[in-house]
Design a protein around this ligand. Structure first.
Ligand SMILES: Cc1cc2nc3c(=O)[nH]c(=O)nc-3n(C[C@H](O)[C@H](O)[C@H](O)COP(=O)(O)OP(=O)(O)OC[C@H]3O[C@@H](n4cnc5c(N)ncnc54)[C@H](O)[C@@H]3O)c2cc1C
Length: 387
């Protein structure tokens, strides 16, 4: 088995990278360790309309519901409504979505091997266990799109991401205040370092939280379920349990010799929301295109590193600063922050410029208003230097 490009991992980033490698003339193989695509699911499945476009896919049968905004609940109970002018996001079925992306890759000429696990590499060859047998595959370029644990990244000696959040979630019947709005819960009692959520679809919701690593999942999940808002909307029973990590802060380096990393493997995840599909799609396209050209010796892999950092590096850096600043706020400060968001002029700006994929756009606008110093109080003085 000789290929120009071998992509490890058939999640969204792998499927898109493989498709772009094939579209750019490379003989491409996509390998996936599981027997079926998109399983097990480790995702809430909330993606922006922009992310769907970035994945080159229209609204398919994977769309379960449409989302216009969010109700954010402060620890003290105050509610801020983040309202979009129109539909901002979709709740999707990740299994169907991931399969649709892989089908697009295969339609564009990518070969695929399921039940094939990458276990190591040497001299331009990768070792896999395919359907229980040890095999070798030759690939000029290897793309590690193998998620948060990235065996490819480890085998290539690439550094790890800055931080890993722990996520937990399940699905349950839920009666939301408005089915076009997600509920977000902030506070150190519920989700230290991040937030809890209830994302509604078809009379159900994906209810969960992400938190700083090392904190007990069950304890915080019970706290979330006992939150008065959740308790009044959650109608009991739990299915589709998810436990998974979210990588934040990309490693210093994402390429080495003939290896490149993309998606979660490269920490290409929004630090403000934990969403990885949008950023992963942007970078996977670049990875596939550069890999194809590099396999013909038309460029080096460092071009990928430069291009993806210039596309989303600043947004990730600003996102990471926001993540760290908000993570340090006491519950009292978080209450003040929600009161700040409820000011009429701030709400107007959010409706006009709020973008779940690019929070820096809204922040830049906010920094130009008379509220600049209040914002700096929440985000820290160092934040001023970013704008
Ligand atoms: C609780 C939770 C909620 C989330 N909610 C959202 C959300 O609402 N919106 C959003 O955008 N993002 C969300 N995310 C993040 C999102 O799930 C990831 O960013 C996204 O799946 C990353 O895509 P990927 O293709 O890089 O990796 P993955 O989707 O993880 O795919 C990696 C693939 O590689 C395969 N693989 C791994 N190792 C090997 C190996 N050695 N050999 C072969 N194959 C291998 C895996 O089986 C898998 O199929 C959430 C994450 C968590 C944990």
């Amino acid at each position: 088995m000789n290929y120009d490009v071998v992509v490890v991992g058939a999640g969204p980033a792998g499927a898109i990278a493989a498709k772009y490698a094939a579209l750019n003339g490379a003989k491409t193989l996509l390998i996936e360790e599981h027997a079926s695509i998109g399983s097990p699911v480790q995702c809430t499945g909330l993606i922006s309309t922009k992310a769907l476009r970035e994945c080159d896919i229209g609204e398919g049968n994977f769309v379960l519901s449409k989302i216009r905004g969010a109700f954010v609940y402060a620890p003290g109970g105050e509610e801020a409504c983040i309202r979009g002018k129109d539909i901002k996001a979709y709740v999707i079925d990740r299994k169907i979505f991931d399969r649709a992306l892989v089908e697009l890759a295969v339609d564009n000429g990518v070969d695929i091997l399921m039940k094939t696990r990458f276990i190591g590499m040497y001299d331009g060859k990768i070792s896999v266990i395919s359907n229980g047998e040890n095999k070798e595959i030759s690939g000029e370029i290897i793309i590690g799109a193998d998620g948060i644990q990235s065996s490819v990244g480890r085998a290539a000696g690439l550094p790890r991401c800055e931080k890993f959040l722990s996520g937990i979630q399940f699905e349950a019947p839920y009666i939301p205040k408005d089915p076009e709005y997600v509920d977000i819960f902030i506070g150190n009692e519920i989700a230290p370092g991040f937030f809890g959520w209830a994302v509604p679809f078809s009379g159900m919701a994906r209810i969960g939280l992400a938190r700083n690593p090392g904190l007990p999942a069950r304890y915080y999940l019970e706290k979330l379920l006992n939150h008065p808002i959740v308790a009044s909307r959650y109608k009991g029973s739990r299915t589709e349990h998810v436990v998974g990590g979210i990588p934040l802060g990309p490693p210093r380096k994402t390429v080495s010799k003939n290896v490149m990393l993309t998606g979660d493997a490269a920490g290409q995840v929004k630090p403000t929301s934990g969403g990885g599909i949008y950023m992963g799609a942007i970078c996977a396209k670049i990875a596939g295109e550069v890999a194809a050209r590099a396999s013909r010796k038309e460029c080096t892999l460092s071009e990928y590193e430069k291009k993806w950092r210039s596309a989303i590096g600043r947004e990730l850096e600003i996102g990471m600063r926001i993540h760290k600043s908000i993570g340090k706020l006491s519950d009292e400060n978080l209450n003040e922050f929600i009161t700040f968001l409820n000011k009429p002029e701030i709400r107007e700006l959010i409706t006009e410029h709020g973008d779940m994929d690019h929070p820096s756009v809204l922040l830049q606008k906010l920094m130009k208003t008379g509220n600049k110093w209040q914002l700096i109080k929440f985000m820290g003085v160092a934040f001023k230097t970013l704008f």
